[in-house]
Design a binder for this molecule. Structure first.
Ligand code: 1CP
Length: 343
């Protein structure tokens, strides 16, 4: 474990340079991904262990990254509970049925077998991945997953979940409990299968108010982070519009806070009294700019964290499909060339 620079940074230990990986690094911006996707469905790619492993490792044919993220999706949790989705071009994941009533929530029932192929995939990746590279497992948070289960598809404002939590708290908490139970079992299974760290994506954290977050989402986040912490594995909590929940972040007790691109790393580091590691936070749109801009903005992120250990370089949200892979190379080179001066 000490040989993995990513894990050392998660624990704020000494590193010679800032480690780097990219959110959504095994995705559609890679021509190799798009080629595989022509031959297989998204679900086949997630649930065929050898294919899942190949796709997870795709970015390593081009880039020298410090962590791999298993190829899967946050929406496997609703599927484990009996819902199913298809990817509709131009729309994204669309569920065949959505939650519309209390009885729909009561019907949700965890099928633990659903995760088996994913665990086999993790096992395969860990065998094929260099020992010095960490493997990150992940899940969505209960809040973020519930947003999709209630809407049935991506939405502009995810208002259905706020209606449910205010109008019918009992049904809301039943839903959140069922999701949390599935997440806990799922991340434990991922750890048993060989992941080195777990990241929780709270991508829809911007659709809850600051005060409501404390009551309706924070307890469930703390629950799943504690599950991971109890296993002695680093936990990463990534949220969007993080400024509105800064005051709760230490309470979550994660090893690493994933910072979205809207806020300066120095501000987060100072607010959290330098107590946890930070991951982030280059604006993904910078990757569409010239090499000069990419280099300058990457250096600004390194500088905003400043001196000392506990920084993992990443984007402030997922890489977008239109990015040229050469631009990713430029970011990696810049981090490797310039970060040693901040250590
Ligand atoms: O080929 C395709 O069309 C599939 C596109 C795709 C991919 C490559 C989807 C559908 N999911 C994924 C993989 C994925 N999703 C990974 C593993 C790959 C990697 O990181 O390298 C991960 C970590 C996710 C996580 C995920 N899925 C999140 C959280 C991260 C984020 O971007 O905020 C979310 C919100 C999803 C839902 C989802 N799945 C797919 C899409 C297009 C979406 C977004 C839907 C929306 O607009 O809300």
């Amino acid at each position: 474990m000490e040989n993995q620079i990513f894990l050392r940074a998660c624990m704020k230990q000494k590193v010679e340079r800032t480690p780097i990986w990219i959110m959504r690094q095994a995705g559609r911006y890679l021509p190799e991904y798009r080629e595989i996707r022509k031959k297989f469905s998204f679900h086949e790619m997630m649930h065929t262990p050898s294919l899942m492993s190949d796709v997870t490792l795709l970015p390593f044919e081009r880039f020298d990254l410090d962590a791999a993220i298993m190829f899967s999706d946050i929406l496997v949790i609703p599927e484990s509970l009996g819902m199913s989705f298809t990817l509709v071009p131009g729309v994204g994941p669309v569920f065949n049925e959505k939650i519309q009533s209390r009885s729909d929530i009561e019907k949700l029932s965890l099928n633990i077998e659903y995760f088996k192929n994913i665990y086999d995939g993790i096992n395969t990746v860990r065998k094929n991945l260099s020992k010095s590279v960490s493997l990150i497992g992940f899940s969505g948070t209960a809040w973020t997953i519930a947003c999709y289960m209630l809407e049935g598809k991506p939405s502009k404002d995810y208002s259905k979940i706020r209606l449910l939590m205010h109008n019918d708290y009992e049904s809301f908490s039943l839903l959140m409990d069922k999701i949390t139970d599935s997440i806990s079992k799922y991340v434990n299974g991922q750890i048993d299968s060989g992941v080195d760290a777990i990241q929780f994506f709270d991508s829809n954290s911007l659709f809850i108010s600051q005060d409501d977050f404390e009551k309706y989402s924070l307890p469930y986040v703390k629950d799943i982070v504690t599950t991971v912490n109890n296993r002695g594995v680093p936990s990463i909590y990534f949220a969007r519009s993080i400024s509105s929940i800064l005051s709760y972040l230490l309470e979550i007790n994660c090893s690493v806070v994933g910072v979205d691109w809207s806020i300066n790393l120095e501000t987060v580091r100072n607010t959290l009294s330098d107590k946890v590691s930070l991951q982030g936070n280059l604006d993904p749109s910078v990757l569409l700019c010239s090499n000069e801009v990419i280099e300058q903005k990457t250096k600004e992120v390194l500088k905003s964290y400043g001196r000392g250990y506990g920084h993992i370089f990443n984007l402030g949200h997922g890489i977008t499909p239109g990015v040229n892979p050469e631009s990713v190379q430029k970011v990696i080179q810049t981090v490797k060339n310039f970060s040693p001066q901040f250590k």
